[in-house]
Design a protein around this ligand. Sequence first.
Ligand code: ACO
Length: 379
Amino acid sequence: MEVAKGLEGIYAVESAIATIDGLKGILHYRGYNIHDLAEKSTFEETCYLLLYGELPTKEQLKEFEIKLKVQRELPKEIVKLIKILPAEKPMSTLRTVVSAIGLYDKDADALGREALIDKSINLIAKLPVIVASIGRVAKGEKILKPKKGLSTAANFLYMLHGKRPDKFHARVFDICLILHAEHELNASSFTARATASTLSDIYSATTSAIGALKGAWHGGANEQVIKMLREIGSAERVESYLREKIEKKERIMGFGHRVYKAKDPRATILERYSKELAEKAGDNGNNSLYQISKKIEDFMSSQQKLTEKGIFVNVDFYSASVYTYLDIPPSLFTPIFAASRMSGWAAQLLEQYADNRIFRPRAKYVGAEERNYVSINKR
Ligand code: ACO
């Protein structure tokens, strides 16, 4: 009876969505290299690819974008809910709000492909709007209505900041959404699929996934990275800070991955944009967020004990500085991840419902032998 702790190396489903070559640091969505998608695609087109399995024609993309724009509008009950929930923990607020959206869908339990695609488009459209709205409430500002003319990325930045973003910022954010959209059977996608495997509804599966993504060892790492960058504060403190952490056997956030034993290709792309954004923002010195990040990565790569264990930079590392340069507060980093990953979860759920078997692994029992019950007044 072998126990695969953390289910390492276990293939639990067949999937046609994403492939990762962890040793070479290669990621494909539906056969397309992530570098190509980041360079040439848009978040909307990538969502279509994930949901339907093929890149759209011009007409298909136009129709899909219109559907997304129409679905951005939040029901007034949801806006009210966002306003009354505590604003300090956006990821928990998001989890609660997504669960609530399910309550307003009379047909929430429908599991047919067409119904699931409609619900997926609805959630993909609404999550970024919900996250931007939560961000507004957290700042004590009025929630804005979505702008129909803008892309998902540009609309998010507009709704968060109250002004249209410049083209470069909107494009960088669009690329961030592409990069976070899907990643095979990671903890949150697995959680989504496990919930769906009981024939529970898509809102329950998504709520479960958000709960899983929230943790610091998964999507929550990006918020921890910015805390670390701020704590370090200057390039000259990088080495002593990391040495101390490593000596204490503490984990360095934004490093390490179950599958990648090389640099995460998404980190390579994000690093480039962190550098460009730093230059554009005039954050040029040794102590710029980008330079501190780079120094951390260089130091970590020089630690043979870590590289031998396969500890390299992951997607959460450079996204922290990129989001900060886009003037996004740390508490929204993980909710943004969820808003993007909604597309991947939706694709995974479509697969799960189409070829379902309930997830029900076993636990190897290591507890007490059979024993007699002792009544409470004799214990
Ligand atoms: N810093 C230092 N050491 C690390 C790190 C790290 N970030 N990650 C793993 N290690 C060490 C472990 O301590 C362990 O050492 P040991 O063998 O001497 O005990 C060894 O590497 C293997 O670690 P595991 O926990 O077995 O690796 P696992 O595959 O289970 O964990 C995980 C992967 C959770 C991502 C881990 O690398 C980690 O905690 N990283 C930091 C958090 C993070 O950045 N998470 C985001 C991942 S990407 C994503 O989910 C979107």
